[in-house]
Write a protein that binds this ligand. Structure first.
Ligand code: ADP
Length: 173
């Protein structure tokens, strides 16, 4: 079921780990599904990736567990859900590396995620699945969590135009 333009849209908030999804969505008034928590608590994963110290999610099981949803869903996997609008949080790779290190990530994980961010991996997946007209990039590099939350609220309210490909971090590589 797809919602009408302004009728309780399903908004997926995705982005490379460290871009600030959890922090910003926690500031929203809307109900938020934190998919990574659900995956951990409901055991919706197939294997443990020991190299990356992470779980490999079972996306079919995640979609089934979420079912018909409304509001906001956040995770670096949120763009794998059916959704009406997809917010892709972006962050300059140098800033992202610092955020991840401060959060306690290993050097390898910080660099891997920064490279993935520079290569637009999640943006490309989001555009491929949902089309450019459903995707809204938000560059969080110089924005506070409150400012990022306000951007997400504008997308929910239908006050923002889609944008995909405006952010370019390729010079990092
Ligand atoms: P994600 O959920 O995308 O993995 P988090 O919300 O956990 O990211 O944020 C990653 C780290 O960056 C945390 O330590 C958080 O405090 C910090 N952070 C999040 N958003 C911002 C922001 N807008 N500006 C600066 N630091 C931020």
């Amino acid at each position: 079921m797809s919602a009408d333009a302004n009728d309780d849209p399903r908004v997926a908030v995705t982005g490379t780990p460290g871009t600030g999804k959890t922090t910003a969505t926690t500031l929203l008034d809307d109900p938020v599904i934190h998919l990574n928590e659900l995956i951990r608590e409901a055991g919706l994963w197939t294997e443990r990736d020991t190299d990356r110290d992470s779980l490999v999610a079972d996306l079919d099981a995640v979609r089934e567990a979420v079912g018909e949803w409304t509001g906001v869903a956040e995770s670096h996997l949120a763009h794998h859900l059916d959704a009406d609008r997809v917010v892709v949080l972006r962050c300059h790779p140098d800033v992202l590396e610092d955020r991840l290190r401060e959060r306690g990530a290993s050097e390898a994980k910080a660099v891997e995620n920064a490279e993935s961010e520079a290569l637009d991996v999640i943006l490309s997946e989001a555009v491929e699945r949902h089309g450019p007209d459903a995707v809204y990039e938000v560059d969080t590099s110089d924005r506070t969590p409150d400012e990022v939350a306000a951007e997400i609220e504008a997308v929910i309210a239908g006050d923002r135009d889609p944008s995909a490909g405006d952010v370019d971090f390729l010079e990092y590589l």
